[in-house]
Design a protein. Structure first.
Length: 82
């Protein structure tokens, strides 16, 4: 079974990006050789202030209830334990 850290890894939610390199090789028959390499994206962990500002703007714009913000806080605290 996967750990919580593996379950919530950002790579599970981001669309993978690849870099393709093509080389034309002259030979008796025309041919192309190519390689594809996955681009590794570096993710930065948000600070507590960034998390607060994101949640504040979310609840302000969507006009969610205070009960919903309490449930959100519970989930954020659970994620911070990981």
């Amino acid at each position: 079974k996967a750990s919580m850290r593996e379950e919530f890894d950002e790579d599970n939610f981001a669309t993978p990006r690849y870099k393709c390199s093509m080389v034309r090789i002259p030979m008796a028959r025309p041919g192309v050789v190519y390689s594809m390499r996955k681009i590794r994206v570096v993710h930065n962990t948000p600070t507590a202030d960034e998390i607060y500002e994101f949640a504040h703007q979310l609840f302000k714009k969507v006009q969610l209830s205070s009960e919903c913000s309490i449930v959100c806080l519970i989930y954020v605290e659970k994620l911070m334990e990981v």
